[in-house]
Design a protein around this ligand. Structure first.
Ligand SMILES: [Zn+2]
Ligand SMILES: [Zn+2]
Length: 132
């Protein structure tokens, strides 16, 4: 089943032709700042299975593990879109909320639960880690 999505203004669109390799929810300080909310939810796919249309801007930072994280966002509306990690160059992370239909999404693991704000409640049935 092809999954489609876009940024808020529609200048950047994407299509994914495979099922996710992993689905994660993260409460680390970077994810809180980047989203402006309590957590980030991403589905990870094989990069070759994702077709992207439209220009993105990028920002790079170094993760706790020392890897380079490259994050793509729409230069027009600022929506966060794709994320890459230098440790896994063939994998692309896509925020669940940018898909047209994300009813298939369910986090398999919750990361950095120790940094989770008290107001951001979680599904207690999902496995949590205090850090990675
Ligand atoms: Zn946009
Ligand atoms: Zn995070």
């Amino acid at each position: 089943m092809t999954k489609s999505g876009s940024c808020h203004c529609g200048n950047v669109k994407f299509e994914v032709s495979s099922e996710p390799l992993a689905m994660k929810q993260c409460h680390c300080n970077a994810c809180k700042r980047l989203t402006g909310t309590g957590h980030n939810v991403q589905a990870f796919f094989n990069k070759d299975d994702v077709k992207i249309k439209g220009e993105t801007s990028t920002h790079e930072s170094t993760s706790d593990a020392g890897n380079i994280r490259t994050r793509h966002f729409c230069p027009n509306c600022g929506s966060r879109l794709f994320a890459y990690n230098s440790a896994m160059p063939n994998v692309i992370g896509i925020p669940a909320g940018s898909f047209d239909d994300s009813s298939w999404f369910k986090p398999e693991v919750i990361l950095y639960n120790s940094d989770r704000p008290t107001w951001d409640t979680i599904d207690k049935t999902i496995k949590t880690h205090d850090l990675m």
